[in-house]
Design a protein around this ligand. Structure first.
Ligand code: C5P
Length: 408
């Protein structure tokens, strides 16, 4: 969030063992450029001291409704907040919040704010599954509160099950996505494809490739963070927590991806084809499993539709279209030719023969090829690569916006 004043995030911490993870949420939010004010309940302080939060946050932690430095702290906090996030949110807190109780600083702040609120429940499985907890959550969701659901894993006292606080990274993604309402992609719809397509041979076998879908997911999350409405058309499950502004469309084959992207293209301002679409598929799909006693099957393949070229051929005015290319020989020259042949704005090329690049890795090194030249992004995380691509997309959208103001 470099180009605007730091947005204020009120981080509510309630009294559960996962309170120690809220320290990491605090640290990561500050690192991402937010102005974080921790508000601790009395029980939260049984688990983590306020000194820890005060040392990491942007302001000292606040704990008291009465007797602190500001006379009416809850309204000051409520008005300053751009997002209030409560992590962890205990069963007791959820009940109090759903009932509208305002007897402590966090409860009062939540009633005094008009900012979006995110709650991140964490508790033992039995409590999480209790109807009163679920009904309180349903009440909060109906009122517009966003829930980052707990995960499954080790709980306190050696228990294992659902109820574990979502990972700090995932919580921070959701908060940053909400702050992104002011980002450079705010108001734009972005469709991203991710993962390798699967082309069936018979009911149990398919042809596919090694794409992990990680670069596409990184693009989707970076676009959310920058304020876009994002649809991820993917062959793999997203790894991060469900995001309130992320629509996920699951597909499997190139034909399904073509159909889904065709629908998205009608409303998308930017289309990013990060998927590794199979180039070939079996002409016929056996409706029964092919067995060894039938002999070795001869697979006859045909070309799949070039989804990207098709989308580019039907592009709407001002729409920005981005392709990805994995190459091993002369990547930039091949990408230049591909960009022109497919008629897209940007072709992002990676040399998949280089170490740490492309398939399966969390890192990537790319060259972004456009009509006006090339930009190299050296080996970095897929998030950094995503933001570099989105910088260019945002520039093109802004330019297109000026050319076709009626387009949006
Ligand atoms: O031609 P090549 O497969 O290298 O192009 C890669 C780009 O084209 C990627 O953006 C990929 O998502 C897209 N593509 C496609 N349909 C295909 C093959 C690739 O949209 N059948």
């Amino acid at each position: 969030m470099p180009d605007r004043p730091q947005p204020t995030v009120v981080l509510g911490v309630t009294g559960g063992i996962a309170a120690y993870k809220a320290v990491e949420v605090c640290r990561r939010l500050v690192e991402a450029g937010a102005h974080v004010v921790p508000v601790l309940t009395a029980d939260a302080r049984r688990f983590v001291g306020e000194a820890t939060f005060s040392a990491l946050a942007s302001e000292p932690a606040q704990t008291e409704l009465f007797g602190g430095p500001t006379p009416i702290p809850h309204t000051a906090l409520g008005r300053a907040a751009e997002v209030v996030v409560v992590a962890p949110a205990t069963a007791d807190f959820l009940a109090r919040y759903a009932a509208g109780l305002a007897g402590d600083l966090l409860g009062a702040t939540l009633l005094a704010t008009q900012a979006p609120v995110v709650v991140c429940p964490a508790m033992h499985t039995e409590m999480w599954e209790h109807p009163s907890v679920q009904e309180n959550l349903a009440t909060l969701v109906r009122r517009g509160v966003t829930v980052v659901p707990p995960g499954t894993g080790p709980l306190a006292a050696g228990d294992v099950g659902v109820g574990r606080l979502a990972e700090p990274e995932a919580i921070v993604e959701v908060v940053l996505g909400m702050l992104g309402a002011h980002g450079d992609l705010a108001g734009y719809a972005v469709a991203v494809s991710a993962g390798g397509t699967r082309e069936p041979i018979d009911p149990v076998r398919h042809l596919s490739n090694r794409s992990s879908g990680k670069q596409g997911q990184a693009l989707a999350h970076a676009a959310l963070r920058r304020g876009a409405e994002v649809t991820l058309v993917t062959t793999v499950d997203p790894v991060l927590a469900p995001h309130p502004r992320l629509r996920v469309v699951r597909v499997s084959t190139a034909a399904e991806m073509e159909a889904a992207m065709g629908v998205e293209a009608e409303k998308a301002d930017a289309i990013i084809m990060a998927a590794a679409v199979a180039d070939f598929r079996p002409v016929t799909v056996a409706d029964h499993k092919l067995t060894k006693d039938q002999g070795v099957p001869q697979l006859v393949l045909e070309r799949t539709p070039d989804i990207l070229a098709g989308l580019a051929a039907r592009r709407r005015p001002g729409q920005v279209i981005v392709g990805f290319a994995a190459e091993t020989d002369d990547p930039v020259a091949r990408a230049r030719a591909k960009r022109a042949a497919k008629g897209v704005d940007l072709m992002v090329v990676n040399d998949v023969s280089a170490p740490g690049v492309g398939f399966d890795h969390d890192t990537n090194a790319v060259t972004i090829v456009s009509a006006s030249g090339e930009q190299e992004v050296p080996l970095s995380t897929k998030t950094v690569v995503a933001d570099a691509v989105l910088d260019r997309v945002a520039e093109l959208l802004a330019a297109g916006h000026r050319l076709t103001p009626e387009g949006h």
